[in-house]
Design a protein around this ligand. Structure first.
Ligand SMILES: [Zn+2]
Length: 283
């Protein structure tokens, strides 16, 4: 599933500024402005500027980084002024509970052929814990189904989908977690930051190793990546293997969830992080 690539070419006319001087409009004669008139003009100018800035400050403008930087600079209390009380808009984060509302995902069977645990159960438990913990940290969090209709054009600071890997015994190396970002994101740098944050913080919190070798095209071409708003930064994490990592996933889900939460918080707060390991593509 590919979305149309963002155009790599500038809009017609872009970059041509300055090639030719624009004709200057003839200046109208006007009476010289006195000091009082100039002061009023300056005051009006600042007022209009501030009104424009505050009108533009909606949650939808959170992606306008330059603008946000300018605003935060503008709102930084200066010495001699009282502290400014500016309520911050709640940042929105989406958490997809893998397979929820659709299918069971991977299944653990006992010797009698009875299902003892499903990936969807584990994912939902973890996703709910992540949601609760992020809400407690002051975020607005949507808990989403695998094929949630809200994913269509979904807009958030970050969208993280939680999955887990097989409950079959593969080999002794089938343990650890994986993180993948979308290949067709508009902002590769920020997508890589989310991946790096999740990878680093999750490994620290859980002690699980990054299982780079098994990132599949299914993860990279995850369906939700092409449904959401292209500005939304997104990643999919498989928090472990249901077979060898079952103990931590089911007995210490709070630790697992905290690893995801810290990864998201690292991204949102722009915390410093090591670059993620470069996965070796399967031959
Ligand atoms: Zn899954």
């Amino acid at each position: 599933m590919q979305t149309g690539p963002a155009s790599a070419f500038p809009a017609p006319g872009a970059g041509n500024r300055g090639d030719a001087p624009e004709p200057r409009a003839p200046r109208k004669a006007s009476a010289p402005a006195g000091p009082a008139v100039r002061l009023i003009r300056a005051t009006l100018g600042v007022g209009i500027l501030l009104a424009t800035l505050f009108t533009a400050w909606t949650p939808n403008s959170i992606f306008a980084n330059d603008f946000r930087d300018q605003l935060s600079l503008l709102l930084t209390p200066q010495p001699g002024l009282g502290p400014l009380v500016t309520p911050l808009p709640l940042l929105r984060i989406g958490i997809v509970s893998g397979h929820s509302g659709n299918d069971s995902g991977a299944v653990c069977w006992d010797e009698n052929g009875q299902a003892t645990l499903t990936e969807a159960q584990v994912n939902l438990d973890l996703a709910t814990r992540v949601q609760t913990a992020l809400v407690a940290r002051g975020f607005q969090v949507d808990l989403l189904n695998e094929f949630d209709t809200r994913l269509n054009g979904y807009r958030a600071v970050a969208l993280v989908s939680i999955h887990n890997d097989s409950c079959e015994y593969v080999n002794d190396q089938a343990t650890g977690f994986k993180v993948a970002a979308s290949l067709d994101t508009r902002d590769v740098q920020r997508a890589q930051r989310l991946t790096a944050c999740l990878t680093d913080r999750y490994a620290r919190a859980t002690g699980l190793a990054f299982h780079a070798g098994s990132i599949t095209p299914d993860m990279r071409e995850y369906h939700a990546f092409s449904e959401i708003d292209p500005e939304t930064i997104t990643a999919i994490i498989e928090t472990g293997f249901l077979y060898l990592d079952r103990a931590i996933l089911t007995e210490h889900p709070d630790v697992v969830a905290e690893g995801v939460v810290q990864g998201i918080v690292c991204f949102v707060n722009n915390e410093s992080v090591q670059p993620p390991p470069v996965p070796t593509p399967a031959p």
